[in-house]
Write a protein that binds this ligand. Sequence first.
Ligand code: GRF
Length: 193
Amino acid sequence: MVPSTGYNKTRTAVFISGTGSNLKSLIKFSRTAKSPISIDFVISNKPKAKGLNYAKKFKIKKKVLNFKNKNLSEKRLLSILKINNIDMICLAGFMKILSGNFIKKFKGKILNIHPSLLPKYKGLNTHERALKNKEKYSGCTVHFVNSRLDSGKIILQKKVKISKKETETSLAKKILAQEHKLYPRAILKVFNL
Ligand code: GRF
């Protein structure tokens, strides 16, 4: 049985676009006693994102906003977050870029996880580029979100060794497993725990 979320934890929304394996690991973490956050909302820009099933499974409110009109979607988003007293945002595989105006409203309260050792390989196709450049290591980074893509202050990183036979798929799998551990650790660090 999963214990219900506490009342004095920081109310957090997770934004996703896809599988949601980081969402799942964050939900599990949030329901442990040591977690300073509770996950109270899931936002997806894709109606078919697999990760939305975790919202259903763990009985967390969810909303799909397609971001076709970014201005309008962000307006709706801000009002949903306000109504639900959300005070922190974790981006977890969210494939839309939030506007500077939105980020300002949650200054210092939006975190993101990225599958590379930032500042290396910002943006997409990180594993493909790391392999092409014959990197010996790659990894993942949890950082604060600012208005420049994948450029906010780094909170924590985890290095992963790239083996001789590494493929994009095997590297993605290896790094994703580390992401699931790193995101909760980064949250504890943000709260000085
Ligand atoms: C992760 O690799 C994350 O670093 C990147 O997108 C992927 C999302 O995976 N931003 P999931 O949806 O959490 O499984």
